[in-house]
Design a protein around this ligand. Structure first.
Ligand code: SF4
Length: 462
């Protein structure tokens, strides 16, 4: 397939298409999705298969979950522990240390090409606790100069010393939540973060030598309008982020009961939300950012854009990744390990997680061994989600399966998407068009036979 997807320049978003395709659907950070993970998995087989997969790779990607936050943002959908009792950190770090100590003898000392501290709020840890965590990492992994080491930081409780400590342990990227610079929105969602504070932390990150700064925004929050969000976008671009994520607020009160508070506030009506989305994409793509898909934007020269254009972008539980094919080892409460054929998620309850680790037990509580058929489906879905194309020849080389035969019914069923201009189908494969970038979840869902089974558990696709 010689044609590559053109740059993500979007001039106009068609609102009637957005309304048509706005349905519940998976975000495909994995396939099968986390809903398929089970506590009834054959643990012995899972352990053996994961070990084989890790043995096949010299490199590893590490995810370390730090679940603590000082206060609860009312839109939050993460796995968090809200506490101002800082002493909870000590036992947690001990548990992490034990998890690392258990991991290395099983799998050997690997090279950590990618490291991510996620949360919660990793900078809930003090600078010295972060340094200690970095020392422990160094004991168990080689950390090469070319690593990509990202940390989610919260400007509200951060000191410059935190940023220095992160640089000392090798971090070179930061990602921070902003959501909206509008004080009325911040007050309504219980997250007061003045613009000047965000600007100061961005400056610290750059002055201390962080290579990349990512900012997260959310639309669909109380008091937001397309006009007010435009002001937030303008202020955000004044900070010159390398990457931007603009998430649709996922209202899932059945899973996150605290979100019920927001339902009583002045949430924007659906039509206004769609206007915000439309104007956000048009604004960012006309100001030098490429729309990667799935809420993500990056500067033209960012590796994530290059990876997408060369067809090597991947997706995992942290979002998009330029380190394709490397198994992920997850540490900490709720963290997910992901290898070529397996997923294993650590216990989600803090107390249970720590008790298990203290007792020398396994941190996993749910997992999945991916079937051969689903490995092929994952290839198809992830190529649509990440690289905006499905190249039949490349797919056969990679999976050994003739995709046009295996998925004949699904490919035939894409006719309406083609008529709406979201994809192009040819003898060599399927291409997602510029217009289709906004709808990649809808396109990928056509290859997912499980999607109807849990529609009420998913967020909206657009
Ligand atoms: S800081 Fe982040 S993880 Fe913590 S409550 Fe707020 S949104 Fe959730």
């Amino acid at each position: 397939m010689t044609r590559v997807s053109p740059p993500g320049k979007i001039t106009e978003v068609d609102l009637s298409l957005v309304e048509k395709y706005d349905v519940p659907g998976p975000r495909y950070t994995s396939y099968p999705t986390a809903l398929a993970f089970s506590d009834k998995v054959d643990w012995k087989a899972l352990e053996r298969t994961i070990a084989e997969d890790f043995a096949d790779s010299r490199d590893v990607s590490l995810y370390i979950h730090i679940p603590f936050c000082d206060t609860l943002c009312w839109f939050c959908g993460c796995t968090t522990i809200i506490s101002r009792r800082h002493e909870i950190v000590g036992p947690y770090c001990e548990a992490l240390k034990s998890e690392f100590a258990d991991w290395t003898p099983r799998h050997g000392k690997k090279t950590a090409l990618q490291i991510h501290f996620g949360g919660g709020t990793p900078t809930y840890l003090s600078p010295d606790e972060l340094r200690r965590l970095g020392e422990i990492l160094l004991m168990h992994f080689e950390i090469p100069p070319e690593r990509e080491f990202g940390v989610e930081i919260d400007p509200r409780e951060l000191t410059r010393e935190h940023v220095r400590a992160l640089r000392e342990i090798g971090a070179n990227r930061v990602s921070m939540g902003v959501q909206d610079h509008n004080p009325a929105v911040q007050e309504a969602v219980n997250r007061i973060q003045p613009f000047e504070l965000t600007r100061r932390v961005v400056d610290w990150a750059r002055e201390e030598g962080m290579l990349s700064v990512n900012l997260d925004l959310i639309y669909g929050l109380p008091h937001q309008t397309a006009d007010s969000f435009r002001v937030t976008l303008e202020k955000t671009l004044a900070l010159d982020p390398d990457r931007l994520a603009v998430f649709n607020y996922a209202h899932v009160p059945w899973a996150k009961p605290h979100q019920k508070i927001l339902a009583r506030k002045n949430l924007p009506p659906p039509r206004e939300k769609l206007r915000i989305l439309k104007e956000t994409i048009e604004f960012l793509t006309s100001h030098g950012y490429v729309f990667i898909g799935m809420d993500h934007f990056a500067r033209e020269d960012d590796e994530i854009v290059k990876a997408q254009r060369s067809g090597t972008l991947q997706r995992n539980f942290q979002g998009y990744s330029t380190f394709g094919g490397i198994p992920i080892a997850g540490f900490g409460m709720s963290a997910i390990s992901q290898t070529r054929r397996c997923y294993a998620q650590n216990e989600k309850n803090l107390e249970t997680y720590q008790v298990r680790i203290r007792g020398g037990g396994r941190a996993w509580s749910r997992g999945l061994i991916v079937s051969k058929k689903d490995l092929v489906r994952r290839y198809v879905i992830m190529n649509i989600m990440c690289n905006l194309r499905l190249d039949y020849l490349a797919a056969r080389r990679e999976t050994g399966v003739e995709i046009r035969e295996e998925f004949a019914r699904e490919i035939e069923g894409l006719r309406d998407l083609e008529e709406d201009g979201l994809i192009e189908r040819g003898n060599e494969g399927i291409l997602v068009t510029e217009r289709g970038r906004l709808f990649i979840r809808n396109i990928a869902m056509r290859f997912d036979p499980t999607v109807g089974q849990a529609a009420d558990r998913y967020s909206r696709t657009v």
